[in-house]
Design a protein around this ligand. Structure first.
Ligand SMILES: Cc1cc2nc3c(=O)[nH]c(=O)nc-3n(C[C@H](O)[C@H](O)[C@H](O)COP(=O)(O)O)c2cc1C
Length: 441
């Protein structure tokens, strides 16, 4: 087993620096590790479920959380928890005869849990009979393909899957909420005027002014980011995004002025054959990973709102790019909404989501990089079927992604209430859709 030699002491970092995890006396030191392995023989659905349930029970007892991907006799797993307990589980996993070629892809000390809600979640690129959203989730085949091609990116990709699927629902503890009014004020007084200038809706900035310097900084960040996202090593891209957020202090503005334009640049690079589709997906994963690492407090925490709206943020079935769903969910949650993020594999899975749970609104998101013009008919079909299946007969449906950004009439053409051009707008577009869809009373 490769890993026994390479990393049994959890000393490697996936960014290549040797970072020791302080072992023991303090059991609260958190660590994370990601590995890949090959099943020694194919797992049946039942065997996978058994493995999952016993691992979940042990993980729960040891305060370990994580995600396991299984496809085509291959495993990718990310685990996080107290360094000592993790070490014990890691030894057991390496010695488990059900798999071989166990290769550590990254381990590092951490202060953040990406999978805090999951003792162990199983992800597969197809739907399993009796699929339960508590235990398992769908992962787009394109994302698994990306793991096969760039296993060294697995720590980022698995963390991205966690941030795509967080259910920010009524279980969120009260201390996560602060003042919603403060957030609205930042958006109204700081973000909107800056954007108005950047998009030519307000007077040009006087040369040499502070505001002009800010705008130039933003443009320079934008010109660098797509290249940094595709570099072999993403730490400079992560730093640029963290710095950009520190200046703006608003996720919406970060998206509108940097991340979404960078995502479109990646799509343009693909269009001109300057990068592959896998590169675009990797770039988007890395942006999502970078967002997950941002510290939004104290500016961006929402407070619990009585009768808050509920929104399902779902990718259009078949869409592997989840950045839009994740950022829209974060924006709405920060504004006090109850949000749930899912990426249904099929129209039927989307229908069962809206049939099983009452949602006031649905954001159906598509790639922020590709225009997906030829998806119009399937989008229309998905929307019509979701409306028919919805428990809420007045479900307000918003589409988002590059298609909605570039074609403002697309929402009406596919039967949605509205289209959102950027994460910055998502709440206002959702509210308007609720009003026009009759779901706001
Ligand atoms: C792919 C794979 C993933 C696993 N993940 C976990 C896990 O997350 N937590 C866990 O306790 N055991 C996990 N196991 C099971 C362990 O390998 C081992 O069977 C279990 O910890 C019992 O170990 P022991 O017999 O040495 O006590 C996994 C096994 C495999 C094959």
């Amino acid at each position: 087993m490769v890993a026994a030699a390479r990393g049994s002491q959890l000393q490697e970092s996936h960014v290549g620096q040797s970072r020791h995890i302080a072992r023991a006396p303090n059991a609260a030191v958190l660590a994370t590790l990601t590995y890949q392995s090959r099943a020694t023989r194919p797992f049946s659905d039942d065997e996978l479920r058994d493995l999952l349930h016993s691992a979940q029970a042990r993980n729960r007892a040891a305060a370990i959380t994580g995600l396991l991907i299984y496809d085509n006799e291959r495993f990718f797993q990310c685990l996080e928890g107290p360094a000592d307990s993790l070490q014990v589980v890691w030894q057991a996993i390496q010695n488990d005869p059900r798999h071989a070629d166990v290769e550590l892809l990254g381990s590092a000390p951490t202060t953040t849990r990406f999978f805090a809600q999951w003792d162990l979640k199983l992800a597969q690129p197809h739907l399993v009979q009796g699929h339960s959203y508590t235990d398992s989730m769908y992962v787009a085949p394109a994302v698994v393909e990306l793991l096969y091609r760039t296993p060294q990116s697995a720590p980022s990709i698995l963390a991205m899957l966690a941030s795509s699927s967080v259910t920010n629902d009524l279980h969120i503890p009260d201390q996560h909420y602060t003042d919603r009014a403060a957030l609205s004020e930042i958006v109204r007084r700081v973000v909107v005027p800056q954007l108005a200038v950047a998009h030519g809706f307000a007077d040009p900035l006087p040369p040499g002014s502070t505001a002009q310097a800010v705008e130039l900084t933003h443009l320079s960040q934008l010109s660098q980011l797509p290249r940094l996202l595709l570099a072999a090593e993403p730490s400079r891209a992560f730093k640029l995004i963290a710095d950009a957020y520190a200046e703006r202090q608003s996720l919406g503005e970060l998206c509108a002025s940097l991340l979404e334009p960078a995502a479109r640049s990646l799509g343009d690079l693909w269009q001109s054959d300057d990068c592959s589709e896998v590169d675009v997906t990797l770039g988007l994963c890395r942006m999502q990973m970078a967002i997950r690492r941002l510290d939004f407090a104290p500016h961006a925490q929402a407070h619990q709102v009585a009768n808050a709206h509920t929104a399902l943020l779902a990718t259009q079935p078949g869409e592997p790019h989840m950045l839009g769903a994740a950022t829209n969910a974060e924006m709405l949650w920060q504004a006090g909404w109850n949000t749930r993020v899912e990426f249904p594999a099929t129209d039927e899975a989307l229908q069962s989501l809206v049939a099983d749970t009452w949602f006031d609104s649905l954001d159906l998101s598509m790639s922020p990089s590709f225009c997906r013009e030829d998806w119009r008919e399937r989008l229309k079909t998905s929307i019509a079927a979701a409306r028919r299946a919805s428990r809420n007969p007045a479900l307000a449906i918003v589409i988002s992604g590059r298609l909605a950004f570039e074609q403002s009439d697309m929402a009406a053409r596919v039967g949605a209430n509205s289209g959102s051009r950027t994460a910055l707008q998502i709440e206002s577009v959702m509210l308007e859709a609720l009003r026009s869809g009759g779901g706001d009373d």
